[in-house]
Ligand binder design. Structure first.
Ligand code: CO
Length: 172
């Protein structure tokens, strides 16, 4: 398996991903391949729809020394009403970085590769990474969080990305 990271314009990025019910070897193999793709592209997070698999799995590296780990079927069970702005990038939007508002902290519930449930309270950068990846599982992208004006300014680059996505789709 050689995973290609899908860029903006690929319809899979807009789908609502399916809940995972089978915690089997295929799921572990997908998580392994995604981990490789994430490091190859130097990302801090990667969601399965970004590699063309519309299932509720994402890998996150919270940069807390614990290394990357998978979050499966994640749900935000509580979050701060206070929002903070911070810069985000996305492997599906190469070379685009935008300031985006996210809750200062969240409490997230998720399952691991065995199906065991955990809960974590995350702040600042870590909360931001998880919110970004969870959005991907709902077909929501970082450009949905920026102003109309900023989106307009990005329009040309977004069209270029879309064309690239079309070329990728027709070459496979
Ligand atoms: Co992303």
């Amino acid at each position: 398996m050689d995973l290609k990271v899908r860029v903006y314009g690929d319809p899979v990025l807009r789908q609502k991903a399916q809940t995972i019910t089978d915690f089997d070897d295929d799921l572990k193999a997908l998580a392994d391949e995604m981990l490789r793709a994430m490091y190859l592209h130097d990302g801090t997070g990667l969601a399965a729809p970004q590699v063309g698999e519309s299932v509720r799995l994402a890998l996150v590296d919270l940069q807390d020394g614990e290394g990357p780990f998978p979050i499966i079927n994640p749900e935000i069970v509580e979050s701060a009403s206070e929002k903070i702005k911070g810069e985000e990038g996305c492997l599906s939007f190469p070379d685009i970085y935008e300031d985006i508002e996210r809750p200062r902290w969240i409490r997230v519930r998720y399952q691991d590769l065995e199906g065991n449930q955990s809960e974590k309270e995350l702040r600042d950068f870590a909360a931001r990474v998880v919110c970004h990846e969870l959005d991907h599982l709902n077909g929501v992208l970082m450009i949905d969080h920026i102003s109309y004006l900023k989106r307009k300014m990005l329009k040309k680059r977004l069209i270029e990305l879309r064309e690239k996505a079309d070329q990728m789709a027709s070459s496979t």
